[in-house]
Ligand binder design. Structure first.
Ligand SMILES: C[S@@+](CC[C@H](N)C(=O)[O-])C[C@H]1O[C@@H](n2cnc3c(N)ncnc32)[C@H](O)[C@@H]1O
Length: 269
């Protein structure tokens, strides 16, 4: 099948739409990517131009299709124990000094399909006896959240998981589930997921957290959006809590309400 063509004007419409909805700053160089990801949707709706598809999603009358577009235009790459230094820091520096007698809460904001949230859960389960902890994972994409809630992954995804934790928390599938694993119930019952658009005000019901992981999502935002997202998250971080960003990200010139403990690791004074 021939790829559908997109004009510069049409591409600009989608750039503006995804920026308005998710804060994602889609570079001009992403035209081919956008066509590749959306053309199946046009065919599904028997549309022959990107202008027609734009009208459909921007009309406000097809929220489900708009969500599908957001799902397709987000980049959801993630894996277990990604950037492991952050999990070492959590285990060796943050957890030993945590306030005792209180529930310890960690937020994986922009959790994608859940690998980061379950990695956090493994670290917390090992360090905190008695189960006084929980992990909240959130994302704008409903598709990845469904995968996250299922907690069911291909065994190929286990590379970063230390063997001892693998044995303890990953249940290997048999027969029709051969080649896959389920995250053990002991972790799954402490990890919840919800849809949160980080560019919009975040409800108080989400609660307060000791640590917020906001990793590998700010790379898609311009500085204005980064500031907004950090402002939205900060009221949910306890005083003395930690805020952790991806290895290629920084809060330099984004927020003066956090102090850097070491590159990519910040603390709310
Ligand atoms: C590359 S993944 C990062 C996953 C994980 N934090 C990690 O470091 O492996 C980025 C995620 O950010 C999500 N995202 C993008 N814009 C968002 C927004 N405005 N609000 C919430 N999540 C967003 C995407 O759906 C995607 O799943």
């Amino acid at each position: 099948m021939n790829p559908l063509a997109i004009t510069d004007q049409e591409f600009t419409l989608f750039q503006r739409l995804i920026y308005k909805i998710a804060g994602i700053d889609l570079a001009d160089s992403k035209k081919v990517l956008l066509v590749g990801r959306l053309q199946r949707r046009l065919r599904e709706h028997q549309l022959t131009s990107f202008s027609d598809y734009y009208r459909l999603v921007a009309s406000g009358q097809h929220p489900h299709e708009l969500q599908t577009m957001v799902d397709l235009l987000t980049t959801n790459e993630t894996y277990f124990f990604r950037e492991p230094r952050h999990f070492d820091y959590l285990r060796d520096e943050i957890l030993p000094k945590r306030p005792r007698g209180e529930r310890f809460r960690v937020w994986s904001a922009a959790s994608s399909s859940g690998e980061e949230a379950y990695t956090l859960a493994m670290v917390l389960a090992e360090a905190i006896m008695g189960g006084h902890w929980d992990v909240f994972g959130s994302d704008i994409s409903t598709q990845v959240l469904e995968k996250a809630r299922n907690g069911h992954y291909s065994l190929e995804r286990t590379q970063g998981i230390p063997p001892a934790l693998m044995r303890k928390y990953c249940l290997k599938g048999v027969r029709s589930n051969e080649g896959t694993f389920m995250v053990a119930p002991a972790l799954r019952e402490r990890v919840t997921f919800g849809q949160i658009n980080l560019t919009r005000p975040i409800g108080r019901e989400v609660g307060m957290f000791n640590v917020i992981f906001l990793r590998n999502v700010m790379i898609y935002f311009d500085n204005e959006t980064k500031r907004k997202v950090v402002e939205n998250l900060l009221p949910h971080l306890v005083t003395g809590g930690h805020f952790i960003v991806g290895h290629s990200e920084s809060l330099n010139a984004i927020s003066d309400k956090l102090v850097m403990v070491q590159p990519t690791i910040y603390r709310k004074p």
